[in-house]
Design a protein around this ligand. Structure first.
Ligand SMILES: Nc1nc2c(ncn2[C@@H]2O[C@H](COP(=O)(O)OP(=O)(O)OP(=O)(O)O)[C@@H](O)[C@H]2O)c(=O)[nH]1
Ligand SMILES: [Mg+2]
Length: 208
């Protein structure tokens, strides 16, 4: 559920970047942080990090402008992707309004991507949220490695593996170089704001 702060006329929406270890969640947030104007972003906070690995979460807050007099703020979180941090992933998912699922395009990560998506569905279901109804966007990351020595999964295989049932918007990306990062963010923000507006209107109706 979005958090509505009536004293500040602000609606806060929580978007979680989910995916297997090393797929590029933190890199997405770092790129967004580096390319966003000072006046609309808060500080990027990374809690408990060891080398490249997120052990707790990253956090970045952005302002998206106004809707019906309310400032819309999105709070971006990443989860730790490593399998054994499932309790932390569940904690970070609490109160989530939308998810970006980052898939690693490397062939060797094929099974890990599928396992992580199943893990997401399970952890959402435990909170009474269906992966089919929550705003969700999939990003196929590391496309810059195409044509290098690294073997990448073709886009149609990734779509088949991860999106044949869900049929949600998906984007190829390179979080390292930046392509597709803002497209993904725009898409999930659009879906979340639409969903949140619907919920706020419902709350209005119930109060009448
Ligand atoms: N070539 C390439 N490397 C990338 C890309 N995105 C991330 N990486 C690299 O992959 C490694 C892992 O990226 P992170 O963003 O830390 O991955 P993560 O998903 O946050 O990983 P965890 O915190 O362990 O769950 C880093 O060395 C990144 O530089 C990309 O688009 N292209
Ligand atoms: Mg990380």
């Amino acid at each position: 559920m979005p958090f509505i702060n009536f004293s500040k006329d602000e609606i806060q929406c929580k978007i979680v970047y989910y995916g297997a270890g090393f797929c590029g969640k933190t890199t997405n947030l770092q790129y967004i942080y580096g390319r966003t104007m000072e006046d609309i972003k808060g500080k990027m906070v990374s809690i408990d990090t060891k080398g490249d690995r997120t052990l707790f979460f990253d956090f970045l807050s952005l302002s998206l402008g106004k809707i019906r007099g309310f400032d819309i703020r999105v709070q971006l979180y990443t989860v730790p992707g490593q399998v054994h941090y499932d309790a932390t992933r569940k904690l970070v998912l609490k109160g989530v309004d939308g998810v970006v699922f980052i898939a690693d395009s490397l062939k060797v990560q094929r099974k890990k991507n599928i396992e992580s998506l199943i893990n997401l569905a399970k952890n959402l279901a435990e909170k009474g949220v269906s992966i089919r109804s929550i705003p969700l966007v999939i990003q196929y990351n590391k496309r810059d490695l195409d044509g290098t020595d690294s073997e990448l999964l073709p886009m149609d295989i990734l779509e088949k593996d991860l999106n044949s049932m869900l049929k949600v918007p998906s984007h190829p990306a390179s979080a390292l170089k930046g392509s597709g990062v803002f497209e993904t963010l725009r898409e999930i923000s659009k879906l979340v704001v639409k969903d949140v507006s619907r919920k706020v209107m419902l709350m209005d109706k119930q109060q009448k």
